[in-house]
Design a protein around this ligand. Sequence first.
Ligand code: SAM
Length: 193
Amino acid sequence: MKSRKREIVAYFRELDRRFFMDSHKELAGLDEALPIGFDQTISQPSLVLEMTLALDLQPDSKVLEIGTGSGFQTALLAEFSKEVYTVERIKELHDRAKERLGEAGFRNIRFQLDDGSMGWQEFAPYDRIMVTAAASTVPAELLYQLNVNGKLLIPVGTPAMQELTLLEKDVNGKVTSTVLNYVRFVPLKGKYE
Ligand code: SAM
């Protein structure tokens, strides 16, 4: 295993999922998505790790995350990149994640309370983009906000099942798409629901 991958796996194993949960803490050790209120979930741990590794984060990566949720995935992104821009549409989740990640000592995360289905144009382009909610199709705005040599990871499909899709933009702006897995996420609200 390459050393960066090893570092990410080691950090992930030490990350206490209970810290990101206000209820159901006794279930935190299960490899399952769990409720965090407002009909939303903290993602399945093995999927969080798989998605983090698939994004191929670099120490100088500027990352956009859509769907902050509990902040569990955000912590991994922030630990292994330069800066993270994360957007959440539910105020209570946004507030709690911001509080938690501040308490955990992260200083490289910028939080936005908004509909992130069309990205966060103000700070584009991003080297990496991760969407943690399911879209019916790949948002054109996110592809536009992706830097050259960038990677965008997003679940695409129906509410019942989605293809976890990795889109890679080459140095000339050409985009290729690969399906990595089949997943089931809560819907990405807004234009691409
Ligand atoms: N990785 C997160 C975690 O482990 O806590 C998963 C969060 S949950 C699966 C998906 C999140 O996306 C929810 O918090 C939901 O409110 C948020 N979401 C859905 N549509 C959104 C949108 N258009 N803009 C911003 N956030 C959105």
